[in-house]
Design a protein around this ligand. Structure first.
Ligand SMILES: [Zn+2]
Length: 191
C-alpha cells in the first residue's frame, strides 16, 4: 500500500464589498453612519448556514487621506458585528485597505493583496469562491484576477457599472448580475 498525503479541505468563501453592496449610500458614508441594507442580514445568515466563509474586503482610502481614523473604522466594525449578531449572522473577517492610490500598495482593490492574505489566513480555496460587489472596475476586476467568480449587484454603483462605466471593466463577464446581495447569495446557493 502506498503512502498518501491527506490535505485538509480548504474553505470556500463569499467575499463581500462593503459600500454599496452590504449597505451605505452610493458615495462616501462616515463609519459612524454606515448601516447595512435590510436584506443584508438574511444574505449573511444564508452564507453562514451554507458553510462558506463570509469575508468583507473593503477599500477605505479616506484613512490615508486623514478624513477618518482607523479607530473610528474599528469602532464601526465592532458596532456592525454586534448588530449582525443580534440578527443571528456573522462575518468571519474584515480585510481593510487604508491606502490611497498614490501609496501604490498591493491591497487596494483591484490589487489582489487582501484576497491573497485572506486566502492564506483562512485557508480559502479562491477558485471555488465568489466575490460580490457593486463596483465593476474594482470588485469585478479583482475577482477575476484571483480566480473567484465575480457577481455584480445593482445596488450602490452597480447600475453605473453595467452602464456608463462598463468600459472600465470590459475584459470581464460577471458570472451573474443580481438586484442585491441577497439575490446574489441565493443564486450562488441555488435557492
Ligand atoms: Zn492598500
Amino acid at each position: 500500500m502506498t503512502a498518501q498525503t491527506l490535505e485538509p479541505a480548504k474553505s470556500r468563501a463569499i467575499f463581500l464589498d462593503r459600500d454599496g453592496t452590504l449597505g451605505g449610500a452610493g458615495g462616501f458614508c462616515h463609519p459612524d453612519e454606515f448601516e447595512f441594507y435590510e436584506f443584508t442580514f438574511e444574505a449573511i445568515k444564508l452564507v453562514n448556514q451554507a458553510g462558506f466563509k463570509a469575508v468583507v474586503i473593503t477599500n477605505q482610502s479616506r484613512i490615508a487621506k486623514g478624513q477618518i481614523t482607523f479607530p473610528q473604522l474599528e469602532n464601526s466594525i465592532n458596532r456592525l458585528n454586534l448588530n449582525l449578531e443580534r440578527h443571528g449572522a456573522t462575518l468571519d473577517a474584515w480585510f481593510v485597505c487604508p491606502h490611497q492610490r498614490s501609496d501604490h500598495c498591493n491591497c487596494k482593490k483591484p490589487q489582489p493583496g487582501l484576497f491573497l492574505r485572506a486566502a492564506q489566513k483562512l485557508e480559502i480555496d479562491l477558485q471555488n469562491s465568489f466575490m460580490i460587489g457593486d463596483h465593476g472596475e474594482n470588485d469585478m476586476l479583482v475577482a477575476a484576477s484571483v480566480s473567484c467568480k465575480p457577481i455584480l449587484v445593482l445596488t450602490g454603483l452597480g447600475r453605473g457599472s453595467t452602464g456608463e462605466f462598463r468600459h472600465t471593466w470590459d475584459s470581464i463577464e460577471p458570472a451573474f448580475v443580481a438586484e442585491n446581495v441577497l439575490e446574489a447569495v441565493k443564486w450562488i446557493l441555488e435557492i
